[in-house]
Design a protein around this ligand. Structure first.
Ligand SMILES: [Zn+2]
Length: 250
């Protein structure tokens, strides 16, 4: 079972209010472990591209354990691999989509911890990793969204992944305001992509590291790309997104 995770100070009062609200309305959330188990049994995809996460129709079966950079690829990634590796729990469809939405919109901490733990399991079973030089980094959420939802969902998933794999968890990225690129110095440009900012102190830790980049959903992958660029710019050896689910874009 995943341990219970510490929450940041300003989120806890909101969480307490939500618990009270659920108690008063008598609509408690179901058992997280069972809900996640059921969603993942039904999510079971056969195979996906190990470089971008899209489902593959023609891979007969997924190799059990792969090194970073190995594994089946989609046609687009055959020409130009998008990431060094890609781990996922399933496609963004019922019942996994509803579970992930519910977990983040209702600040369902137990389900986020459980999903993170299971994502760590998937990384463990798919990727041959040494524990040295690998860190877990969450995709950042804006302060406004964090406050509104009462949770930093990607961070809670990342804590579950880090706990399962016994790896360091580093909040290396945060969402800053937009800044005019023209007004930035070279160093600041290296630390910023759109609204996403790589913390200067964390950037120094990324040199030579492998990074498991954690988020709940991959839609176009643009956010993961921005994070990858920043982390590679800081000298990360490889970047492997690890997400709960992948939306299938027609
Ligand atoms: Zn691909």
């Amino acid at each position: 079972m995943p341990p219970s995770f510490r929450r940041s100070g300003f989120v806890a009062p909101l969480h307490a209010l939500r618990l009270l609200e659920r108690g008063l309305l008598g609509c408690g959330l179901p058992d997280a472990r069972r809900a996640v188990d059921e969603a993942l049994v039904l999510a079971g995809d056969a195979a996906w591209c190990m470089r971008c996460g899209v489902p593959l129709a023609h891979a007969p079966c997924m190799p059990v354990v792969m090194r970073v950079g190995q594994g089946p690829r989609c046609a687009a990634c055959e020409a130009r691999p998008r990431f060094d590796a890609f781990i996922r729990l399933g496609s963004y469809r019922a019942p996994l989509d509803g579970l992930v939405r519910r977990a983040k919109e209702h600040a369902w901490h137990a389900a986020l911890a459980q999903l993170g733990w299971r994502l760590g399991d998937e990384v463990h079973h798919r990727l041959q990793l040494t524990r040295d030089g690998v860190v877990v980094v969450p995709i950042p959420t804006s302060p406004w969204r964090r406050l509104r939802r009462g949770t930093d969902h990607a961070n809670e998933l990342a804590l579950g992944v880090a706990a399962r794999l016994q790896l360091p968890h580093v909040r290396a990225l945060h969402m800053g305001g937009f800044a005019r690129q023209a007004g930035l110095g070279r160093r600041e440009r290296l630390l910023r992509a759109g609204r996403m900012v790589l913390r200067a102190r964390a950037a120094a830790r990324m040199k030579g590291c492998g990074v498991l980049l954690v988020d709940d959903i991959r839609t176009t992958g643009a956010t993961l790309d921005e994070a990858r660029r920043l982390l590679e710019g800081a000298g990360a050896a490889w970047v492997a997104p690890s997400v709960a689910c992948v939306a299938e874009i027609a």
